[in-house]
Design a protein around this ligand. Structure first.
Ligand code: HEM
Length: 522
């Protein structure tokens, strides 16, 4: 009996262990197949491509693990294939085409835009994330209608009306800097102080909030705003899941932002809208254009072919905040960083500001801002060296025959434009790591081919807030640089190191600079 049961026991163990081994082997084979099934896509189409080394992760293992910054990763690929018009690569399992040739970049963004109308970024439904459907993520006809509704508020005439609101924010910025400088007696982390400024600007102009309710370190607006951009493990996972399988992401419903952030921004905008409507308040600002869009598209349904929801309006207020907060503060911070390291350029930009101030009797009006040509060159060079978006993205919305080529970019393909790498290509920008505003003198600019400068993107999807951002940056930089000299200090990172977890270009350790008050009667 004992012998029989021992034999049975042995047989059972063998069977189950074979079964286990078989199961594991099949599972591994299936998993391997699924995680690598797409990796022949570019080879099959005869496209030069970066060989994917790790199943599932494709070419972005280093980025996913946080061991390599995106700018470096795309730069490495771009450099390895220099001279090719495009390169195939895999972000997780998804094939992406990196377009490197400026002429083709120009076609994708401008000339043949009709084939690339969408950014092709995954959006959650309004139930999972009411803030998801902002302009940046909107597609097709819906994007076109909303873009037309919002564009008028960014024209030069309308911006003039918002200049007063932005100027009030730059005065608040100066009070914040003045409070920080004597208190610490030493360096300031400029991204923090400029982050308060750009929060103030969007808070007043897009959410209609009172200035004093925003910039305070402990204000809810500031706290929730920071939470949106805090690089987090959750955000990284969320992005990677989308690249593995959008269906998987939909199934497990990982939303873009924490619930409390969604609730806060929804309530902030809805309260302002209700207040303005109840009090018959009409102002020429972003809030007003969104209220008008709501009346036309949600209430009166003037575009019956496209469905707009209440959440689309709040999502667009939020989109202006999301797109305009970090980009502006980061660009201004890098600008001050470079000026602190290059004193002669700083002096020259200040001279221009002071001379223009005298010419306009101290009044900072539109003419004044337009005449700051050297500052424009400095900002252009800052955005060349540090474009906040490292790559631009498009999705082929129709099949596209690449001109003078055999390749057809199939509908649904993700197309990436490596803005950072192109901005750092020595063929267009010799000695690319040197900060040199003269590259943007009118004579130098015309020498470069189109499709080699795109910090704000280009074509119909060009940043809608470009002029607004330029006004915002010029106003604050004029205030700062005519009152303070900026200098590096012990805590300044030289050379600059980027935060590897951040989606946008961001410094690893903040940007610490000394602010020396200028004793002047101006
Ligand atoms: C230095 C500041 C800024 C930079 C460098 C910047 C850059 C960009 C870039 C690269 C894009 C994508 C363009 C493309 O795909 O071709 C974009 C889109 C966008 N930006 Fe900006 N941006 C800045 C400031 C702002 C501000 C202040 C606002 C709002 C007030 C804003 C609102 C938007 C919106 C809504 C979009 C989506 C446009 C669309 O898809 O139609 N941006 N921005």
């Amino acid at each position: 009996m004992t012998t029989v049961s021992a034999a049975l026991q042995l047989l059972f163990e063998i069977a189950t262990s074979w079964w286990t081994v078989g199961f594991l082997a099949s599972f591994t084979a299936l998993a391997y197949h699924w995680t690598t099934a797409t990796f022949g896509y570019w080879r099959d189409r005869g496209v030069p491509y970066v060989r994917p080394t790790v199943p599932l992760f494709g070419n972005i293992g280093s980025r996913a693990l946080g061991t390599e910054h995106q700018a470096r990763m795309f730069g490495r690929i771009y450099d390895a294939f220099r001279g090719h018009r495009y390169v195939g690569m895999y972000q997780m399992r998804t094939p992406h085409l990196l377009v490197c040739d400026p002429a083709l970049v120009n076609r994708v963004m401008i000339g043949d835009f009709a084939h690339f109308t969408d950014h092709g970024i995954h959006t959650d439904g309004p139930e999972e994330n009411p803030l998801a459907n902002g302009l940046f993520k909107m597609r097709g006809a819906k994007w076109k209608v909303m873009r037309q509704k919002l564009s008028p508020v960014f024209t030069a005439g309308k911006l003039r009306h918002m200049r007063g609101q932005v100027a009030a924010c730059s005065e608040q910025l100066m009070r914040n800097v003045a409070a920080d400088v004597p208190a610490t007696g030493g360096p300031i982390e400029v991204r923090d102080v400029l982050g308060k400024y750009s929060t103030d600007v969007i808070g007043t102009c897009a959410f209609g909030l009172q200035l004093n309710a925003i910039s305070d370190e402990h204000s809810e607006f500031r706290r929730n705003g920071k939470a949106v951009f805090q690089p987090s493990f959750r955000m990284l996972i969320k992005d990677l899941i989308w690249l593995i399988s959008p269906a998987l992401r939909r199934a497990i419903r990982v939303s873009d932002y924490p619930q409390e952030v969604v609730q806060f921004f929804t309530a902030a905008f809805t309260d302002t809208m209700r207040y303005r409507q109840e009090h018959g308040l009409v102002r020429d600002d972003l809030v007003q254009s969104l209220i008008q869009a709501r009346t036309d598209l949600v209430v009166n349904k003037t575009e019956p072919s496209v469905t707009f929801l209440e959440t689309d309006i709040v999502a667009n207020a939020f989109a202006l905040f999301a797109a305009g907060f970090e980009t502006v503060s980061t660009a201004m911070s890098f600008c001050l960083y470079e000026l602190a390291l290059k004193k002669p350029i700083q002096d020259k930009v200040r001279e221009e500001m002071n001379a223009t101030k005298i010419k306009h009797s101290g009044e900072i009006n539109d003419e004044f801002l337009k005449e700051l040509h050297y500052l424009e060159m400095v900002l252009a060079e800052t955005l060349r060296k540090y474009p906040p978006l490292i790559t631009l993205i498009r999705e082929a919305t129709k099949d596209y025959q690449v001109p003078d080529d055999t390749l057809v970019i199939e509908k649904g393909t993700k197309v990436l434009i490596p803005a950072y790498a192109i901005h750092h290509d020595y063929r267009y920008y010799p000695d690319p790591e040197t900060f040199d505003p003269e590259r943007f003198s009118p004579e130098e600019k015309v020498k470069r081919p189109n499709g080699t400068y795109m910090p704000f993107g280009d074509g119909p999807r060009l940043c809608i807030g470009k002029r607004f951002a330029e006004m915002e940056m010029k106003l604050a930089l004029t205030e700062l640089l005519t009152k303070y000299e900026v200098e590096p200090c012990d805590k300044t990172d030289i050379p600059m190191r980027f935060n590897r977890k951040s989606l946008l270009i961001a410094p690893e350790n903040g940007i610490w600079l000394k602010f020396k008050p200028i004793n002047t009667a101006n």
